[in-house]
Design a protein around this ligand. Structure first.
Ligand SMILES: Cc1cc2nc3c(=O)[nH]c(=O)nc-3n(C[C@H](O)[C@H](O)[C@H](O)COP(=O)(O)OP(=O)(O)OC[C@H]3O[C@@H](n4cnc5c(N)ncnc54)[C@H](O)[C@@H]3O)c2cc1C
Length: 427
């Protein structure tokens, strides 16, 4: 996908790549695209670029952008590969991580392109792919977190340092670091976030299936709106927490984590792109707050909150303590939602400065809800597979006690507003 240019990444309305229509209905595309993932390689016989450009008679801004298919090699009538198109690879970007992926600068010099979809509606066409990509980037963060956790757990079971509080080792020998309370806390922090994220992903996949295949148009639409609400959350929360988890994994490995010996620093470097590409996390949060809470179909976040309200009220003595805890933080989400809806109308800077916190609050509550669903099954099934489900119940306990309360600090810092931020004079 070729969107980004030297002058624009987030703000595609100012892109400069031009498309001149030819008599045969094709276009000549000229301009420069940067940071293009797999922009050039020899793994396939041809590369089909999807390029955003502005036709010569189109208006400025986002309303004048169209989508073009621009092949590296022109394809002949009979489907065979023809001459090289006017695309050259300026360079390969020198990156911090994901070194196995060729990220390219591409120069288009009167390259032949074919318009896809309606003229000037290129952003809409591109965004059908971008939304899927965003979920995938969130899952990239989740995958890297999982490898970081597995490595940390193994290392903590091998590395001996210091004495634990309940140490039985003698003759000056040290205990395994997994026996230290702080290391255990860090491992459980990773595990409870990762497994909660995975449960949320299954719920999201289920909603996606409903949005694509259900017979009832209303049910289909409601599921589609929930997917749209949760897409920026999965993208941003999972990739941000991927930074926390890969950093904590490095910490568990001590100096060996910082050096290249154990491969942990690579996970940190590789994950660092996930909060940036496919729309930066801050921009995702702003999109969530300004465009995803309410749409033409109604109050989407309110519908989501109602699902949670219902699940918190199901009668179960085992679930009760968890339902009660989730209720406390759901109330914070409700208060925050009321606050932010007001700010969207009359104080956009307050809403903008609170967006990241709002996304986190929605995300942590969504993970809490996902854990509640996991617990429901775990309590039912624990007698059939004690080891597996007891592990889930204990991990959930950590999430509800140690991670979910983060909601409180995000909420109280965000509602302090933005006056003192906007008035600050940077020297
Ligand atoms: C390894 C890699 C692979 C990539 N692959 C592709 C690809 O295949 N195709 C492609 O087209 N692009 C690709 N990109 C580009 C990537 O999508 C952009 O870098 C990203 O969208 C951010 O754009 P930018 O770098 O221009 O940053 P800017 O848009 O200049 O943003 C700079 C900062 O300003 C903030 N900001 C911007 N606007 C606002 C706002 N309105 N409110 C608040 N904050 C704001 C951003 O959050 C960010 O922190 C890739 C980039 C990298 C590094």
């Amino acid at each position: 996908m070729c969107l980004t240019e030297p002058v624009c990444g987030t703000d595609l309305g100012i892109l400069k790549t031009k498309a001149h229509e030819q008599e045969d209905g094709t276009y000549k595309i000229s301009g420069q695209k940067i940071f293009i993932t797999s922009g050039d390689h020899d793994l396939t016989e041809n590369i089909i670029h999807l390029v955003l450009a502005r036709a010569s008679d189109s208006p400025p801004g986002t309303k004048g952008i169209s989508l073009f298919l621009v092949p590296k090699y022109i394809v002949k009538e009979n489907g065979s590969i023809g001459p090289k198109n006017g695309i050259s690879t300026g360079s390969i970007e020198n990156k911090m991580g994901i070194k196995g992926s060729a990220t390219c600068v591409l120069n288009f010099d009167e390259a032949t392109g074919y318009m896809i979809g309606p003229k000037n509606k290129g952003l809409n066409s591109m965004f059908t792919m971008m939304n899927l990509e965003r979920i995938i980037v969130g899952i990239q963060g989740l995958g890297l977190s999982e490898i970081a956790y597995q490595n940390s757990l193994n290392y903590a079971k091998e590395r001996k340092q210091g004495k634990s509080n309940s140490s039985k080792s003698q003759n000056g020998s040290a205990d395994l670091i997994i026996e230290h309370a702080d290391i255990r806390r860090s491992l459980l922090n990773m595990k409870s976030i990762i497994e909660g994220e995975r449960a949320l992903c299954f719920w999201l996949s289920q909603q996606t299936e409903v949005s694509l295949n259900h017979n009832e148009p209303k049910t289909k639409q409601e599921a589609s709106d929930l997917v749209s609400l949760m897409t920026p959350v999965v993208k941003s929360l999972f990739s941000d927490l991927g930074m926390e988890i890969t950093s904590d994994a490095m910490q568990i490995h001590g100096g060996y984590g910082y050096t290249k010996d154990q491969g942990i620093e690579q996970l940190y470097r590789d994950n660092r792109i996930t909060p940036i590409y496919e729309g930066t996390n801050s921009v995702q949060a702003i999109d969530l707050v300004f465009r995803k809470l309410i749409n033409k179909n109604g109050d989407i976040v309110e519908n989501y909150i109602n699902i949670l309200r219902k699940d918190i009220e199901t009668e179960s003595s085992e679930l009760k303590p968890y339902q009660e805890k989730l209720k406390i933080y759901l109330e914070k989400l409700i208060d925050f939602t009321t606050w932010i809806k007001e700010k969207i109308k009359d104080s956009k800077d307050d809403a903008n400065a609170a967006s990241n916190d709002y996304l986190k609050v929605l995300g942590y509550v969504a993970l809490g809800h996902s854990w509640l669903k996991v617990l429901e099954v775990s309590f039912k099934e624990v007698s059939n597979n004690k080891k597996f489900y007891e592990d889930k119940i204990q991990t959930a306990k950590f999430y509800f006690h140690r991670v979910l309360p983060r909601v409180e600090s995000h909420y109280s810092s965000a509602i302090s507003g933005s006056g003192y931020i906007m008035d600050f004079k940077f020297n």
